[in-house]
Design a protein around this ligand. Structure first.
Ligand SMILES: [Zn+2]
Ligand SMILES: [Zn+2]
Length: 335
């Protein structure tokens, strides 16, 4: 089979022939049909994950079909349409797992970090990391929902915001263009926040009731005038612009952070105390959360905007993503 691997930190993408892997106990083999390219694939490409073993096949937005199951797998059968996202399995034994909090498993496996991901024709996944894909969701659109989609969907539905309340989505990119759609479909008064007036028509098309241009005026002031946001979903990895939005959050509101910047937020204790506000982070979800994400998306018509590339062009596809040129998610397809 064909696979695209990275054999050392900072190495190039190599298209190689590999033996088709065999599933062992509690594993399934998936015939990959599509795999989204995520900004976090840079962790594999550039070697930013401590202890990562090379060569490694990147990709954690996988959609395809069960091709073979290992011993003791009862839930899945060959032919079923399935996907795998960032959360690549858990131990069922640690204290977090014993509480059912699988995403915080002490021994969590992450797809394409702890085992090879979806930039290949066949992959192996632990049975508990597999999510069923609805019949009416094509593989190339399912892929990005399994990392970008689940992250914003799960963050929003656990944010405490109730229908009708004001929810602002900062950033109109890979995460944000999905966040705006979910916020609208969940029944929130949806405000999109971006830089420049050119993004306004798209933000409105995605479902935003209104648009705030950060280059024209203070978005925090504008949110305050609207009564204050119950939730600001911060998707653009820019701590400075996230921090600048904080005063636009209303009483008991939350800054929900999903854009992974490495710089500190600059919010004072007083800003938190006055109005009893909170800052929270959110990371993806389990396979069942992935199923919820895809089901909600098919019910409501939420879809990622994608650009397709064949597997052999993985390097070009990654370049498109990492340079920020993609509108908005890049997906590798296997045929
Ligand atoms: Zn991702
Ligand atoms: Zn565990």
């Amino acid at each position: 089979m064909k696979a695209v691997q990275v054999s050392k930190p900072g190495g190039n993408f190599e298209l190689v022939d590999r033996p088709t892997p065999e599933p062992v106990r509690n594993q399934v083999r998936i015939k990959v049909e599509a795999c989204g390219i995520c900004h976090s694939d840079a962790l594999v490409k550039e070697g930013h994950w401590p202890g990562l073993q090379y060569p490694r096949v990147p990709g954690h937005e996988i959609a395809g079909r069960i091709d073979k199951v290992g011993p003791d797998v009862t839930r899945w059968q060959p032919g079923q349409r399935v996907g795998v996202g960032w959360h690549g399995g858990h131990c069922f034994q640690c204290d977090a797992c014993r509480r059912g909090d699988f995403i915080n498993c002490e021994f969590e496996k992450i797809t394409a970090i702890h085992f090879d991901g979806g930039y290949q024709e066949y992959m192996i996944a632990p049975a508990e990391a597999v999510a069923a894909i609805p019949d009416d969701l094509p593989a190339d659109e399912a892929g990005p929902l399994l990392c970008a989609g689940i992250t914003v969907y799960n963050a929003l539905r656990n944010s405490g915001a109730r229908s009708g309340e004001l929810v602002a989505v900062q950033g109109i990119g890979g995460l944000g263009h999905l966040g705006i759609q979910y916020a609208r479909q969940m029944g929130f008064q949806t405000v999109a926040i971006g830089r420049g007036s050119d993004k306004e028509p798209l933000a409105k098309k995605l479902g935003a009731h209104s648009y705030l241009d950060t280059s024209a005026s203070s978005p925090a002031d504008a949110l305050k005038k609207m009564g204050g946001a119950r939730v600001v979903l911060a998707t653009a990895p820019d701590s400075k612009s996230m921090s600048a939005l904080f005063d636009g959050i209303g009483a008991n509101g939350t800054l929900m952070v999903v854009g992974a910047d490495l710089q500190p937020l600059t919010i004072t204790p007083l800003q938190l105390i006055m109005g009893r506000k909170a800052i929270q982070g959110w990371a993806s979800g389990t396979a069942k959360d992935s199923e919820d994400t895809m089901r909600f998306s098919t019910l409501t018509g939420v879809r990622p905007m994608i650009e397709r590339y064949p597997l052999a062009k993985a390097a070009d596809a990654y370049q498109q993503m990492i340079t920020g040129k993609a509108r908005f998610r890049v997906v590798l397809t296997m045929n």
